[in-house]
Design a protein around this ligand. Sequence first.
Ligand SMILES: CC(C)(COP(=O)(O)OP(=O)(O)OC[C@H]1O[C@@H](n2cnc3c(N)ncnc32)[C@H](O)[C@@H]1OP(=O)(O)O)[C@@H](O)C(=O)NCCC(=O)NCCS
Length: 181
Amino acid sequence: MGTIITPPETKDFPQMMEIERFSFNMPWTESEFVRALFTRNVSCVLLKSTSLFRQDSVFGYVFYCTERKRLDVWNLAVRSDRRRRGHGTRLIAYLKERAERGIRKTLEAVISEQNLIGHLFFRAGGFRATEVLRDHYGEDHDAYRMVWDSMPFYRNRLFGGRRATNFLDSTGGAATGEGVG
Ligand SMILES: CC(C)(COP(=O)(O)OP(=O)(O)OC[C@H]1O[C@@H](n2cnc3c(N)ncnc32)[C@H](O)[C@@H]1OP(=O)(O)O)[C@@H](O)C(=O)NCCC(=O)NCCS
């Protein structure tokens, strides 16, 4: 079945909301979706089926923010019955391609310490956990900053940068739990 990456249309909203509700403990509300879409520098793309006959044509989406030197992944989710088929990887590949073509060479995501699947997903995509953000989601609810760098070798050579510590490696992994952040 064919898929395309495309900006959202109003008619896609109900499907996006359904995916969101199934994906996170603290899902974005409809007004948060709308606010994100109208926020300067924030963009959203969907992964959709090209079939005209599917009612459930939205397979996943990613919201990202274009910062001065990087792209921040704000929200990424794939329909629960469409997971482990490479759709999330395809959305991240879209962002990597944008980063590699432009002046922003890194991608960043902040992800709850409880979202083990999210960690595994970003690690599989070449992201490294570079920082622990204490109490980021409230008291005793930490998050990890995860970074993908399109040219780490050159950056380290040029700027003498330390290799980013992978906190998830050094702490032996994260707690289990489904998606917040
Ligand atoms: C995280 C998420 C987007 C992954 O989407 P997906 O389409 O299933 O991901 P992919 O099929 O591209 O998986 C790529 C790799 O990530 C890892 N991975 C993804 N899901 C995994 C799981 N449930 N268990 C273990 N590893 C997993 C695997 O290495 C996988 O490669 P493989 O299938 O060849 O083993 C999806 O699970 C989701 O929507 N989760 C809820 C929302 C969320 O947590 N978003 C991330 C934070 S914003």
